[in-house]
Design a protein around this ligand. Sequence first.
Ligand code: FES
Ligand code: FES
Length: 167
Amino acid sequence: MTTQSAELASDSLNTKLTINDQVYDVTHQARVTLLDLLREHLGLTGTKKGCNEGACGACTVLMDGQRVNACMTLAASCSGKSVTTVEGLAGPDGTLHAVQTAFIDQDAFQCGYCTPGQIVSAVACIREGHTGSSEEISEWMSGNICRCAAYPQIVAAVEQAAAQLED
Ligand code: FES
Ligand code: FES
């Protein structure tokens, strides 16, 4: 073993966490973020890397039901946590989540790069009850940037899904 690989080996950690109701036991370097763990180690590429510095929301996932930026979360800090990514929203039979359906119905995307983060964030926004008005939705979705400026359609999609889920 070379000195460098010995250093890498000694730098490796083991993290056990649940992702989309499946338990994973992953060995990774200490510096690996949750975003890179999802995308590079586990092949869950639905969660997107935009700025990689906590400013755009493209990497939004739920951790124990709360929105987090996966690019700003060390994988090692997720031990014992339950993470939900966009891949985990549809039902076991593939039925789309109401938020996913609403994004399609409202045409709430153009390039689609921000969309997984927007959808995951919207699920939490609705659960948190921050859907009293379009202004409130915009405020509580403001951590998710859309470079295509599909904001009116995104708000409309959140309103549609909220109306359905809160029935
Ligand atoms: Fe994480 Fe932009 S990629 S906030
Ligand atoms: Fe293109 Fe949002 S749809 S960045």
